[in-house]
Design a protein around this ligand. Structure first.
Ligand code: AMP
Length: 250
């Protein structure tokens, strides 16, 4: 079984992102970039399927500028077998990513496609769902457990107030939630080995996909600064402040 995993290059989760002074977007100058954490979980799940003898090949695909190669190499160091970069300098929005992934799926014919549930930069939570619709595949989103059973996959999903298990016939799309697994660290020998693994480059034109943006970002701004708290002397003072200053009770 071939597994395709989508890995996105995003600002590292430890970085405190600031908007550019003109509010046109986040300031990415000299900022550390990493694999989107949910995509790391996706790679880990695919590699575990390979270690169990269920998957035969794990292909990591990233879409974006040339430097997305770094995140593909990380996926290769974590255990993926080969990589595909769909290279473009266009700012890719979820619909364009889903269309490009659909074209890669048509070419590669994987039995399972694993994506993160969400990219931590755009917080879109759209790509997996759009890909499943475009490819005519079933989808198991927010997965906290994935079990392959013959020609189907059972996906336990984290939903509000509980868990839901769905059974999808393969090929299918799964998106990962935080509790699916704990990704391993890449060892130095595996980082070295990853440099020799194959990495092919394609372009949106070669895949026949129009990646023109459909959504225009009007403004990006930081959240309002939080005011410092104060200590009140009595319940009466608290009630007075809630009534007359915060105006949250009447
Ligand atoms: P989003 O819909 O943007 O929240 O992204 C959900 C998931 O789609 C990510 O965790 C990735 O697995 C995949 N994805 C989105 N954009 C890209 C990209 N440019 N390259 C590779 N995978 C992507």
């Amino acid at each position: 079984m071939k597994v395709l995993v989508a890995v996105k290059r995003v600002v590292d989760y430890n970085v405190k992102v600031r908007p550019k002074s003109d509010g046109s977007g986040p300031d990415l100058n000299n900022v550390k970039m990493s694999i989107n954490p949910f995509c790391e979980i996706a790679v880990e799940e695919a590699v575990r399927l390979k270690e169990k003898g269920i998957a035969t090949e794990v292909v990591a695909v990233s879409l974006g500028a040339k430097n997305c190669q770094e995140q593909i190499r990380t996926a290769l160091a974590l255990g993926a077998d080969r990589g595909i970069l769909v290279e473009t300098d266009e700012d890719l929005q979820p619909l364009a990513v889903a269309k490009l992934l659909k074209a890669v799926v048509d070419k590669e014919e994987p039995q399972l496609v694993i994506l993160g549930k969400q990219s931590i930069d755009g917080d879109n939570n759209q790509t997996g769902q759009m890909l499943a619709a475009l490819a005519g595949m079933g989808q198991g989103t927010f997965a906290s457990e994935v079990a392959i059973d013959g020609d189907s996959v059972s996906v336990t999903r984290e939903i509000d107030g509980g868990l839901q298990t769905v059974k999808l016939s393969l090929p299918a799309v799964v998106t990962t939630d935080l509790r699916l697994n704990e990704p391993r660290y890449a060892s130095l020998p595996n980082i070295m080995k990853a440099k020799k693994k194959p990495l092919d480059t394609l372009t949106p034109d070669e895949l026949g996909v129009d990646v023109a943006p459909r959504v225009k970002t009007l403004k990006v701004e930081p959240p309002a600064e939080r005011q410092a708290g104060i200590k009140v002397e009595s319940v009466a003072e608290l009630v007075d402040k809630l009534k007359n200053e915060a105006k949250v009770i009447s």
